[in-house]
Design a binder for this molecule. Structure first.
Ligand SMILES: NC(=O)c1ccc[n+]([C@@H]2O[C@H](COP(=O)([O-])OP(=O)(O)OC[C@H]3O[C@@H](n4cnc5c(N)ncnc54)[C@H](O)[C@@H]3O)[C@@H](O)[C@H]2O)c1
Ligand SMILES: N[C@@H](CCO)C(=O)O
Ligand code: NA
Length: 815
């Protein structure tokens, strides 16, 4: 036998009552015996309470009474065949008349006691249960309406009565013994005291009724049918990836529902817990879903924790002072004082120095608690043995919960590193010695971010989501989007990583979607929903969204974004960039960026600053961190110039080859940056700095490949015109090289902290002689690679290889 309890939404309308009936019919067809416990139709209990209060105030309650009648009558008309409707209308009308008399009495006396209020609200369950029993009788003639006030006995604490479990158990067992042939529909929530006056069971009352009956009859299970799929891993309003848990122990369910997860109210579980009757949370509107089983043991563990619960708003009170040290009974006095005044303590921590006690309460209780303490400890305060209590507000508490934590080291490490990586400050920590729960107090504005980061950290079979904000939709930016689209399934399936692009901006427009922009149609998103670009606002919006695993990607060649790098790091957001401007500006800036990123525990990744996707920055970093020492670097790091000299053969003009390099996407947005050597200089500067040198741009000896007139050109068009005029200059250079059997190379060197870049003609003995396309080559001579250098070679410009490098950095920043 099972006890099936249906909540207010499950009896809230004709449609939902139909769903409920389907569930009963199927159970019936399977030969299962059920007892059904029902709540009032959703909204009705509140409405009744309001009517009672209105009556007390002398406000006319008749319109509300009429609305109540209509609501229930409408269901009768829809779900009961006409020929059977009359007796049902009649009985409901009798109930309604009783209710009206009652309200009239309250109205006349202008007096509402807790006792009469219980009586008023009890009609909600009586209406709904009677109604559903009559609807059900059309399919199951043995259906019987049961008013549970005759079965569940309580004290006279109206509004929140305490159940006399032994007496109720007796009554229930006898009643069900006598009615075995019936299909019982029992009112939830209501009971009666010794004198037979109606009482109610308080919050979660109908669940409690189901648990009391299920326990008394040692049911096979108590099914709580509601409008969600079960207990979830976290609050789904804050964590989109929250999912229903298949199995929980009673203890875990209590811990989880204590904070947040309002599917079931913990005290209602106690009778089931005592008799080891499993409770199953099911969804009336998704009846094939198995739901969550709450049982004696915790079940097979798929993850190290079961879930994360949270309370959005709490206040913390700090009490400190020398007067507490070694003073047995101090906390006893403190907490009995608060308990006596019904102030619920959500969490307590005390340092082992005993110098301070921190505890959390509901915000509404904070001031009262402070005043109570000030009165109780007046003498200690006067003697300055303790400091005045301090209230801190706008805080949240979250807790990770699970019995398996007990057997698994590293859980708290994972929790705190997820918080730390996302820049979330932990204000207080508590772990019960039962190790079922670790709770932390954090600032309210970080709650959603913290929940998501922790959810990602523990439910690893699920996807880790990177939240990305990207600037620049040119060559590199647009290619990156294309690669993201192509790769997203693989990343999800093989690396458990989901990349959500939340913001995109170029110099004209910007667009945001906190749920993630569909990157395949980024252009439409930008053009159709985009607003006028505003870099300051873009960054502010990113900071304000405060998302976990957040990465800012700069795919521009502009100085503007680089001015915001420091505040971005300070918001605990990592940066990935192919833009070389920040790293090649003043050394002080270069250093400040690294220091800030390190202090805030975020990543600053810029592999594509040198040699596009080729592993150059990474290789140098590995050499440095493993203790090698750089003796010399020799390199060709301009893909554009490499391409030009590799293709400046035969009759083709120099000017045309430069145009071609630009068309192929090798050049900087302004090709003069390549040809004047600026771009190469930036790369050498970055490498020199990464190799440990303190060096400024003006210290680089930069030899040029251009005649003076080209260097002076003030626009890109002028520049191309000057290049056309310089044909003879470049042809002469080419002929000289051919004559000497050499090739023209533009080579950078770092030695003894000095950087030089210049044109050289090299012969076939030189390692840089044979290069093709846009190839870069770099050779590191180090203490360990002294005889033969470490060489990296390959295409060092172009949108595919560059975007690929940015992509790899992006994924690494999310690790
Ligand atoms: N082409 C390569 O092979 C290569 C290799 C390595 C690094 N890079 C670097 O990649 C970067 C981008 O190059 P590209 O060829 O894609 O340039 P691009 O000119 O094609 O695109 C630049 C984009 O940045 C946007 N932008 C500029 N200023 C902006 C601002 N203040 N706010 C928002 N958006 C802004 C522009 O609107 C445009 O969408 C450069 O820094 C370049 O040095 C390129
Ligand atoms: N314009 C650059 C792109 C790579 O940074 C080059 O030609 O090398
Ligand atoms: Na690189």
């Amino acid at each position: 036998m099972k006890v099936l309890k249906f909540g207010g939404t499950s009896v809230g309308s004709a449609e939902s009552i139909n769903s409920l009936l389907e569930i009963l019919k199927e159970a019936y067809a399977r030969g299962e015996k059920s007892i059904v416990v029902l709540s009032a139709m959703s909204g009705v209990t509140n409405l009744l309470a309001q009517m009672a209060e209105d009556a007390e105030q002398g406000i006319n309650f008749t319109p509300a009474l009429k609305a109540l009648e209509n609501k229930h009558f409408a269901v009768i008309k829809q779900l009961i065949k006409i020929k059977h409707q009359n007796p049902v209308f009649t009985q409901l009308k009798i109930f309604l008349n009783e209710l009206e008399d009652l309200l009239q009495g309250i109205y006349n006396l202008r007096e509402l006691s807790a006792q009469s209020k219980d009586l008023v609200v009890s009609y909600g369950e009586r209406f709904s249960t009677f109604l559903v029993s009559k609807i059900a009788a059309q399919y199951f003639p043995e259906s019987l309406f049961v008013d549970a006030s005759s079965l569940i006995k309580t004290d006279s604490h109206f509004g929140n009565a305490k159940v006399d479990l032994p007496q109720s158990k007796q009554l229930i067992q006898t009643f069900f013994q006598q009615h075995q042939a019936h299909f019982l529909f029992v009112t939830g929530f209501i009971a009666s005291n010794e004198q037979g006056r109606i009482t109610t069971l308080g919050r979660g009352g109908s669940d409690y009724t189901a648990a009391i009956i299920g326990a008394a009859l040692k049911a096979e299970a108590i099914e709580i049918w509601t409008d969600v799929d079960g207990m979830l891993t976290a609050d789904p309003r804050l964590v989109k990836k929250a999912f229903p848990l298949p199995v929980l122990s009673y203890t875990e369910a209590m811990e989880l529902s204590y904070f947040g997860a309002k599917v079931i109210y913990p005290p209602t579980m106690i009778p089931a817990f005592m008799e080891k009757v499993p409770i199953v949370i099911r969804n009336t509107f998704n009846p094939t879903f198995p739901g969550t089983v709450i049982q004696h043991d915790s079940g097979k563990a798929n993850f190290p924790i079961k879930g994360i619960s949270s309370i959005n708003a709490i206040s913390v009170i700090n009490l400190s002072g020398s007067g507490m040290i070694g003073k047995a009974g101090f906390s006893g006095r403190l907490f009995s004082l608060l308990a006596h005044e019904q102030i619920n303590i959500i969490l307590i921590t005390q340092s082992s120095s005993e110098h301070s006690i921190t505890f959390a309460v509901q915000p509404a209780d904070a001031i009262k608690a402070k005043k109570l303490i000030e009165t109780e400890f007046e003498l200690e305060l006067l003697a300055k043995k303790i400091e005045p209590p301090v209230i801190e507000e706008n805080l949240s508490v979250l807790a990770i919960v699970g019995e398996n934590m007990k057997h698994t080291p590293g859980i708290s490490g994972r929790l705190f590193s997820a918080l730390g990586r996302n820049g979330i400050n932990v204000r207080a920590i508590a772990q019960g010695s039962s190790e079922y729960n670790i709770s932390v107090i954090i600032s309210q504005i970080d709650l959603s971010k913290a929940l998501n980061a922790i959810h990602d950290a523990f439910f690893t079979a699920l996807k880790k989501t990177l939240h990305v904000f990207t600037l620049g939709t040119g060559n590199i930016g647009s290619t990156l989007f294309k690669q993201l689209v192509e790769q997203q399934d693989f990343l999800r399936d093989h690396n458990g990583i989901q990349i959500k692009v939340i913001g995109i901006s170029n110099s004209r427009k910007m667009v945001f979607d906190p749920e993630g922009i569909s990157v395949a149609s980024w252009e439409e998103a930008l053009n159709q929903q985009g607003e006028t670009a505003n870099l300051e606002e873009f960054i502010q919006r990113m900071q304000k969204l405060n998302l976990p695993n957040c990465i800012f990607v700069d795919n521009t060649a502009s100085i503007e974004p680089t001015k915001h790098y420091i505040p971005i790091f300070e918001s605990n957001i990592s940066i990935v960039t192919c833009n070389k401007i920040a790293n090649s500006s003043r050394y002080a800036t270069y250093k400040h960026l690294r220091d800030t990123a390190r202090n805030y525990g975020v990543d600053f990744l810029y592999e594509t600053n040198v040699g596009a996707g080729l592993p150059i920055v990474r290789t140098l970093k590995d050499l440095m961190t493993s203790g090698d020492r750089i003796l010399r670097i020799e390199a060709i790091l301009s893909g554009t110039i490499s391409y030009i000299f590799n293709n400046f053969t035969g009759d083709v003009s120099f000017h045309d080859v430069v145009r071609k390099a630009q068309a192929l996407g090798y050049t900087e947005p302004d090709p003069r940056d390549d040809l004047r050597g600026t771009d190469f200089m930036r790369k050498m500067l970055i490498l020199a700095r990464d190799a440990g040198n303190v060096i400024e741009a003006e210290e680089v000896q930069l030899g040029t490949i251009l005649p003076e007139a080209c260097l002076q050109a003030s626009t890109v068009d002028d520049f191309y015109t000057e290049l056309q005029h310089a044909d003879s200059y470049f042809n002469a250079l080419k002929e000289q090289a051919q004559h000497e059997n050499k090739t023209i190379r533009y080579i950078g060197k770092l030695e003894n902290g000095q950087v030089t870049i210049g044109l050289e003609l090299v012969d076939d003995q030189h390692p840089f002689f044979s290069l093709s396309g846009s190839d870069n080559i770099i050779s590191f001579t180090t203490e360990r690679y002294k005889e033969r250098p470490l060489v990296v070679k390959g295409p060092g410009a172009g949108s595919e290889v560059t975007a690929g490098g940015v992509f790899a950095d992006l994924v690494n920043a999310g690790m």
